[in-house]
Write a protein that binds this ligand. Structure first.
Ligand SMILES: [Fe+2]
Length: 302
């Protein structure tokens, strides 16, 4: 679930789920352990691979000011030198000291249960391969750039790091409650495409936005999409777009708010959301409910 995106735009992730596509997931699964993790064979990266990473990093970095949240901007340098694909063990060493998280290699998309189990153990799975140069603007499955650049910096933030672990634990429970689709919406609208309100204006914290050259600017500057306040039950009723930039973004006030709003037992929440969907339907991407407040944006100078 969780690691998807939009064709034709460069979010670096795609609408595919392990085991449900019409072809096997990309990557060498023969080398994976039972928990789907694998060693990062750093020596096998070519100069072209490092160059792709360097160019992707440089393109995103210059777009961050005024668009990415401060926590992300501060932590991105913890990934190490931007010229080479980072060594996962070196990033893990810094991350472990900061929040007790580790980065672990995976061959690509992994099954939901394995994904949740890793998050619950504070281990973030990062795809070990990088897109080909001809996939610079669009890659079907998440690669090392999306996973590392998009997701890992915020794992240096203590509150967000706890949120991610709680999400993994919640995922294991949702699997038993057959509620993964509702929970996937939470991941999508926060971890992948979340916006946060700051005194300086709206900023992105979602990895799908932060690893996308086009959506970073669009999400915080375009007048087109709807931006509504984070509301867990409203969010779980909301469909999302996988074929283009998002039509709706949910805005949090703080990572504390996000953590606290998602701390309660979801069992009764799933039941209530299912009832509301049965009576009033799902909410289409881009729809705004009567009386719902929207956040306005001010474009940065080009
Ligand atoms: Fe992702």
């Amino acid at each position: 679930m969780d690691r998807r995106s939009a064709k034709g735009v460069n979010q670096g992730v795609a609408p595919v789920t392990y085991g449900t596509g019409d072809r096997p997931p990309r990557g060498d699964y023969a080398k994976a352990r039972a928990d789907y993790t694998c060693e990062q064979d750093w020596a096998q990266y070519s100069e072209a691979d490092h160059d792709t990473y360097r160019r992707l990093y440089a393109r995103q970095l210059q777009q961050l000011p005024g668009r990415a949240c401060d926590e992300f901007v501060r932590a991105v340098q913890q990934l190490g030198a931007p010229e080479r694909i980072p060594r996962f063990d070196e990033v893990s060493e810094r991350l472990m000291k900061a929040t007790g998280w580790q980065v672990v290699g995976v061959p690509g998309l992994i099954p939901e249960e394995a994904f949740f189990a890793l998050l619950a153990a504070r281990r973030f799975p990062v795809t070990d391969w990088i897109r080909k140069p001809e996939e610079f603007d669009y890659v079907v499955e998440p690669d090392v750039f999306h996973d590392l650049f998009g997701h890992v910096p915020l794992l240096f933030d203590p509150v967000f790091a706890d949120y991610m672990q709680a999400y993994g634990a919640g995922g294991l429970k949702a699997s038993r409650l057959d509620a993964c689709e509702l929970l996937a919406r939470l991941y999508w609208y926060t971890v992948e495409f979340g916006l946060i309100r700051t005194p300086a204006g709206l900023r992105a914290y979602g990895a799908g936005i932060l690893s996308s050259a086009g959506e970073l600017r669009y999400s915080v500057e375009s007048p087109e999409p709807r931006r509504v306040a984070f509301d867990l039950k409203r969010l779980m009723r909301s469909r999302y777009r996988i074929d283009t930039f998002q039509a709706t973004y949910f805005v949090i006030d703080s990572f504390d708010q996000l953590f606290e709003a998602t701390a309660p037992d979801f069992t009764p929440i799933y039941a209530e959301v299912r009832e509301t969907i049965a009576s009033s339907g799902e909410i289409e991407a881009g729809a705004v409910l009567p009386g719902e407040r929207q956040f306005s944006v001010t474009p940065l100078p080009a």
